[in-house]
Design a protein around this ligand. Structure first.
Ligand code: ADP
Ligand code: MG
Ligand code: ZN
Length: 608
């Protein structure tokens, strides 16, 4: 479409100029003698002129045939304003005609050409703009999602390792695409949208490709940023087009990489972004609009789930979230093995060993390690890659990563291990705390160097005072363990302290749980009923003196819990030390494994 338009426009311009030039050449080719007007008039008087054509400025003429002695029969003269000329020509029976063509062309050209030139520039600019944002002007709005057909996707689930939980969940999606009858027959509903969440480089894009490869269905892949254009409405049109294409090809998979580019919460940020909001709205509409039974599944990936619009995560949209986390040691060894298939390993290379050296690395980093190792081996003129190459490669990759602050030193890891065990031990020994599910020293997110995952046994809407105090205690456990073992605290506890303080503050201000201040709610804020917004009004309704009391009461609450935690941990110190050693070696521990180390008198009574 676009191409044809452009070409015909140019043809038109060229043809136009060619006509003008041809005419000039024709006129010039006629060897005309330039004669004075008086001479011309004399010829007419003498009956020598056969015919003339008169334009607004020039008179062309032809002399009569019988004058063979003349060098040229044609002549030309400048027209003067002579009212008698026509009468004279008639009298002498000269054929004459007024010709306007020659100047008509020029007149027309004088206004058509500028218009055409401007139109040309305009078209060109628009096309440029369109291209800048990707795609030509004429096809703005057409989705640029590439369609990979089955044979184009060689990726399989066996190419992905170390993210077993995610793999398992996604295999179900594959099952559905292969045999939808199995699910629809009993009325089962497969999720419309599956959101892959996890840090960069953990294999989200890879997983999406693997699913498509396994299921053997068309795969529409597009990146969120490709939707966002400079023209409002273009992104929305693209979304529409993408879903149209996909539904025509069902069963198939739509994969939107980097969903956060369009899925950012609406109306957030310094400027509400009109175009992005329209695109997001269109995406929501399309997701609601189709029936999942036709077999279109929408996969999306993001490493920033926290900024996504809540509406995207609602039931019927991306209602299933799959965590693609950093791999543990076993997972890392498996990933290394996958990538090592492409290179020649020397006998005796222990990938397990390399995995142990690379805590915190993600799949992309490990692929990088293998590649670096191969490069080092080549540089040394070896035929195979040896353990030593791997060790050096790890050091290189870590050096690269250290700038991004993701890899901890040995000492730091020891500290993190004790810190996390501290949290977990307190949670295990205090009645009413949520059971510990998992502890890990695999860094997660930007701030967390390790984590203790407590899973509540049931949904909690009400918490008693004791439970809140216990929560504060668990939060303080990390810091207390560091102090107990290393003699001083570190910056690692900043986030814990913040959370503990905020709980204590709410106990005092909102829940009336402080004897000193009594059972009053000290903050009168308007809370939204359904949707969390940033616009809740909050006003201090207490005096300066009360503010001081609140501060000291919060401090008292936290100090109290701090002392309690220290006493508890001091009693559990042997358990703390041995558990931390185990955690260092294995990187992850389940709650049960930790429970097994705790002497029975310190375990909380099991929850019913
Ligand atoms: P993400 O999309 O999560 O940022 P990618 O899927 O783009 O990460 O991963 C980049 C590359 O790193 C992949 O192409 C693959 O070579 C390697 N990789 C990442 N994770 C894994 C994994 N779990 N198993 C195998 N290779 C992985
Ligand atoms: Mg990706
Ligand atoms: Zn902590």
């Amino acid at each position: 479409m676009e191409k044809k338009h452009r070409v015909s426009l140019w043809y038109f311009l060229i043809a136009f100029w060619a006509l003008i030039i041809l005419q000039e050449i024709y006129v010039a080719s006629q060897h005309m003698d330039e004669v004075p007007y008086s001479q011309f008039k004399a010829w007419v008087q003498d009956d020598k002129v056969a015919e003339v054509s008169i334009t607004s400025t020039i008179i062309h003429g032809k002399l009569k045939q019988d004058r063979e002695s003349e060098a040229s029969q044609w002549f030309q003269t400048v027209r003067v304003d002579d009212p008698d000329l026509v009468r004279l020509l008639e009298e002498k029976h000269v054929e004459f005609a007024g010709v306007v063509i020659s100047t008509l062309w020029k007149d027309v050209a004088s206004w058509v050409v500028p218009i055409l030139v401007f139109a040309g520039i305009w078209f060109w600019l628009l096309r440029k703009l369109g291209q800048g944002a990707g795609g030509g002007f004429m096809r703005i709005g057409k989705s640029k999602a590439k369609i990979y057909m089955e044979k184009d996707i060689p990726t399989r689930m066996k190419d992905v390792a170390g993210v077993d939980e995610a793999t398992e969940e996604l295999l179900e999606v594959v099952e559905f695409l292969r045999t939808p009858e199995k699910y629809t027959r009993i009325g089962g509903k497969i999720p419309k949208g599956v959101l892959l969440v996890g840090p960069p480089g953990t294999g989200k894009t890879l997983l999406a490709k693997a699913i498509a490869g396994e299921a053997g269905v068309p795969f529409f892949s597009i990146s969120g940023s490709e939707f966002v254009e400079m023209f409002v409405g273009v992104g929305a049109a693209r979304v529409r087009d993408l879903f149209e294409q996909a539904q025509a090809k069902a069963p198939c998979i739509i994969f939107i990489d980097e969903l956060d580019a369009i899925g950012k919460a609406r109306g957030s940020g310094p400027m509400a972004h009109e175009e992005r909001e329209q695109t997001l709205n269109q995406l929501l509409v399309e997701m609601d609009g189709f029936d999942p039974r036709v077999g279109v599944i929408i996969l999306a990936a993001t490493n920033r789930p926290e900024i996504l619009d809540q509406a995207l995560l609602r039931a019927g949209r991306f209602d299933r979230q799959v965590l693609v986390d950093r791999p543990d040691r076993v997972g890392r060894a498996a990933i290394l093995a996958i990538h090592a298939k492409a290179i020649k390993l020397a006998p005796g290379v222990e990938l397990e060993n390399i995995a142990a050296m690379t805590p915190g690395m993600v799949g992309a980093d490990l692929a990088n390690v293998v590649n670096e190792a191969a490069l080092l081996a080549i540089r040394r003129g070896r035929e195979t890659v040896e353990q030593q190459d791997f060790q050096e490669a790890v050091e290189r990759v870590i050096a690269g990563l250290e700038k991004k602050n993701r890899v901890l030193t040995k000492e730091e890891r020891r500290r993190v291990a004790h810190h996390e065990v501290g949290h977990a031990l307190i949670a295990i020994s205090l009645p009413g705390s949520d059971p510990v599910h998992k502890i890990s020293i695999i860094p997660r997110g930007i701030a967390a160097l390790g984590y203790t995952l407590q899973l509540p046994t049931e949904d909690r809407y009400l918490l008693t005072r004791t439970e809140l105090e216990n929560r504060i205690a668990v939060l303080l456990g990390g810091r207390a363990a560091e102090e107990l073992v290393f003699g001083e605290a570190s910056t690692g506890a900043a986030d814990d302290l913040q959370k503990a303080t905020s709980i204590a503050k709410r106990m005092v201000k909102d829940y009336g749980m402080s004897e000193t201040l009594g059972t009053v709610a000290l903050d009168q804020s308007v809370k939204p009923t359904f949707m969390p917004t940033s616009e809740s009004y909050s006003g201090a309704t207490y005096s300066e003196k009360t503010a001081q009391d609140i501060d000291s009461e919060v401090r008292r609450l936290i100090d109290e819990q701090g002392k309690r935690v220290k006493t508890l941990l001091a009693k559990l110190k042997p358990v703390l030390l041995s558990a931390a050693e185990q955690l260092l070696a294995r990187e992850v521990m389940t709650g049960e494994e930790l429970q097994a180390l705790v002497p029975p008198e310190h375990k909380q009574p099991l929850l019913q």
